[in-house]
Design a protein around this ligand. Sequence first.
Ligand code: KG4
Ligand code: ZN
Length: 340
Amino acid sequence: MRVLGIETSCDDTGVAVYDSELGLLGHRLFSQSGLHAEYGGVVPELASRDHIRKVLPLTREVLAACNTQPHDLHGIAYTAGPGLAGALLVGAAVGQSLAWAWHLPAIGIHHMEGHLLAPMLEPDPPSFPFLALLVSGGHTLIADIQAHGRYRVLGDSVDDAVGEAFDKTAKLLGLGYPGGPAIARAAARGTPGRFRFPRPMTDRPGLDFSFSGLKTAAALAAKEQVLDPQRIADVARAFQDAAVDTLVIKCERALAATGYRRLIVAGGVGANQLLRERLADLTTSLQVRVYFPRPDFCTDNGAMIALAGYMRLAAGLRDGPGFGIHPRWPLDSLLPVDCP
Ligand code: KG4
Ligand code: ZN
């Protein structure tokens, strides 16, 4: 079965073709970060307009690159939520229209389900059940992934998502957008221990997160008339250390609570090198197997949507025609899937 996947939930236009026998055949991504950089964050209307410009050329490109004609496809998957309403509508409209024109079934995919299945695009993929740490610009979730489509959220952020905290902190340090990679680069030049920020909500039981206080701690440390490059790097380092420590502490806690021995990490912040190293250490300290997608598939991409689409379409699920999108869509409200 061969599925075209389309991702347009935020500021990346991603298109990919996944084949159940051959694996990922091709993928293309256009990042709008240059477009939004001058505003210091995503401007929804600009994002929608740019998806309109890019989605069809990228689709043509990826189909040509993997030598696939419309009649070679068996279905189309697009991100139906959560995300920016206008941006989601572009992917949904294009996905549904192509499916109608090419007489194919179509399915709307939950963006975070795409992220959590992304490690399955790698060699030696994890099997269900497992624990998932999903860390992106819009979400910070720890979830019990019991089976395909059977998800239980164990911890969530009560305020900012961790990626959002990276982005806001980078903005106040003048490091630009997107903030995650910019903070990581600056932190590499930072002095260890010059600042120490709190590890929010680790001093009480539970798996929820709060990252807005951490951003405020960084703002206070950066409050200087002249913010010299070394101070910026030191604040970035203290911020990254505190954010990563907090995520690791909560993962350890969730692993102990569930007894799971498999952990997957996905979403844009999963591309963070320090987080990857700290979680990889759990392999020896807790005998836990940790699975990451390659960094390019941690951040938004079409491949994860094509894979998630294949898994749902192969189980017989499909959406009727119409541009149903869900800008807010709880992960644990999805229908369970009987895997093929
Ligand atoms: O999953 P994603 O591409 O889009 C959303 O679904 O939100 O995640 C984007 C987020 C942004 O907040 C970005 O700053 C963060 O992931 N990010 C990182 C890194 N690369 C991207 N955060 C920390 N370190 C990174 N290397
Ligand atoms: Zn994402």
